[in-house]
Design a protein around this ligand. Structure first.
Ligand code: ZN
Length: 504
């Protein structure tokens, strides 16, 4: 199964599902939406498509990119792009199979359940997975699962390396009006790459690390990892095992050659520095004079919007800071206008995936020049969350005043905070989406006021919901009065005028 020549891309158009080739897609012969039973597999498929296109058909500059967006590639262009690279993307290559290593020694075969992130979590109730989805996979699904594990999943346990971006990185990609446009929006031009991977031109002849292998215990400087190596970095030694039968794939439902599992083996090496991946924001902090760079991950309950500022803007402070997602920087620089972002990732607990995330955001026209305001809106929503947090915390855990014990307040002793902060995130999500997608940046006052007042209503409602069951308890009246007063007269009052933005 070769990713450059075989039909492996599962699409759906007008209710009809089929598998198409990369050539049919990029040459404009077939079009449709990606169609797999899990959103993370679809997102990984998109990442794989964009990474392939990036490596094979890198546009030189803005003009070239626009031409490629507006006009499908010719078959000749496609053939030239694939020249000398076909072998890298063959899943069954006898020596250098796609993202695998031959002769991996393992005591036992690992089922695909392990490769398809999140399937084997006995405690996980968040996922809904079709029964038996990972029993045996066709070449396309096996390639997507392999790519997803290498790039997006937590490491497979002690001693196994995470991907080049670290454990469970957040991935942010742009969405176009068609699949082909989406792929090109996420492809950086040589000009843009000059600003991120400064060394991309002198490393352009590199092959992936499963072709030209790194030595055991090798120390690899990040500035030596070119575009191809970085996008297709395989940090673990995997080898897919073929069933030698043709059958129906338990993931996509299409018939094909089936793979039943894989062998895995630890491999030790060190990458020094953080590779500037095109689909992720980067953060850093300085502690005791040492700068630590990393790619943010999702943490429990926190929706993607809490990270939005890092996706679309750069803010370098002395002690900490963040750099925006390279494909977004390019989109901004090229003035492509209104933007829709697809954001995905996992929440993990060590090797276990606890939740998977996939969210779509639209930003209203003018977003490129209003990042300060966008950041203020996000920060404001977080400040409202803190208002709820602080007052509920007081209500639940009370307050001890050693000097004046009579001013102490006894709390409920029941921790209501996590539940209601979770509800705040859940219920504020639509508000944040709506204001970002529809705010009129040239005259934002009315939208801002409406946003602030909706957040206020939400916080008060949630506070009431949390405290209502205690209204009739005489012992709780003091805690209720004090925490309500703090909420209304201090926390929410402080938020009425915010960062120079006055509420009407
Ligand atoms: Zn399949």
């Amino acid at each position: 199964m070769n990713l450059l020549t075989d039909s492996w891309i599962p699409i759906q158009q007008a209710g009809v599902q089929e598998k198409i080739t990369l050539e049919q897609l990029l040459c404009g012969e077939k079009e449709g939406d990606l169609c797999l039973p899990r959103d993370d597999m679809e997102f990984a498929c998109l990442q794989l498509l964009a990474s392939l296109t990036q490596v094979l058909f890198i546009p030189t500059d803005k003009k070239d990119l626009i031409e490629k967006i507006t006009k499908p590639l010719s078959h000749q262009q496609y053939a030239i792009g694939c020249e000398n690279k076909l072998e890298w993307f063959d899943l069954d290559h006898p020596e250098t199979p796609f993202m695998q290593f031959k002769g991996v020694s393992a005591k036992e075969v690992t089922n695909f359940v392990k490769l398809m992130a999140g399937l084997d979590d006995g405690t996980n109730k968040v996922f809904v997975n079709p029964f038996g989805v990972a029993n045996s996979l066709c070449g396309g699904c096996a390639a997507i699962a392999l790519f997803n594990t290498a790039n997006n999943s937590p490491n497979l346990g002690g001693g196994f390396k995470a991907g080049i971006r670290g454990n469970v990185p957040i991935t942010v990609m742009l969405k176009g009006s068609t699949l082909r446009e989406t792929i090109w929006f996420n492809t950086l031009t040589e000009d843009s790459l000059d600003g991120f991977i400064f060394w991309h031109r002198e490393t352009s002849s590199q092959t992936p690390n499963y072709v030209e292998k790194v030595a055991s215990k090798e120390k690899i400087n990040i500035n030596s990892v070119g575009l191809t190596r970085g996008l297709f970095w395989q940090g673990t030694h995997f080898e897919l095992l073929k069933n030698n039968t043709v059958g129906v794939c338990s993931c996509c439902g299409f018939e094909g050659d089936l793979y039943c599992g894989f062998n895995k083996e630890k491999f030790d090496y060190t990458i020094e520095g953080l590779w500037p991946h095109p689909y992720s924001p980067r953060m850093f902090s300085v502690k005791k004079g040492e700068k630590k760079e990393y790619i943010p991950s999702f943490s429990k309950h926190q929706p993607a919007w809490t990270h939005l500022a890092k996706f679309i803007a750069t803010d370098i402070g002395e002690k900490e800071g963040y750099e925006e997602v390279p494909v977004i920087t390019q989109y901004k620089n090229y003035r492509f206008g209104v933007v829709t972002l697809a954001v995905g990732g996992y929440c993990n607990n060590k090797a276990m995936i606890e939740e998977r995330r996939h969210e779509i955001y639209s930003l209203a026209d003018g977003w490129e020049s209003n990042q300060i305001l966008i950041n203020q809106l996000i920060q404001t929503a977080l400040d409202y969350k803190d208002a709820l947090y602080n007052s509920l915390n007081l209500f639940c855990h009370g307050y001890k005043n050693k000097k004046n014990p009579e001013k102490s307040v006894a709390g409920t002793g029941v921790d209501l905070v996590p539940k209601f902060i979770g509800l705040f995130y859940k219920n504020s999500e639509a508000l944040v989406h709506a204001v970002l997608a529809s705010i009129k940046f040239d005259n934002p006052q009315e939208d801002i006021s409406e946003f602030l007042s909706s957040l206020r209503t939400l916080v008060v409602d949630l506070f009431n919901q949390a405290t209502d069951p205690y209204q009739q308890e005489p012992k709780m009246l003091k805690a209720l009065a004090v925490s309500r007063s703090k909420l209304i007269n201090v926390h929410l009052k402080n938020l009425e005028t915010l960062q120079g933005v006055e509420r009407e």
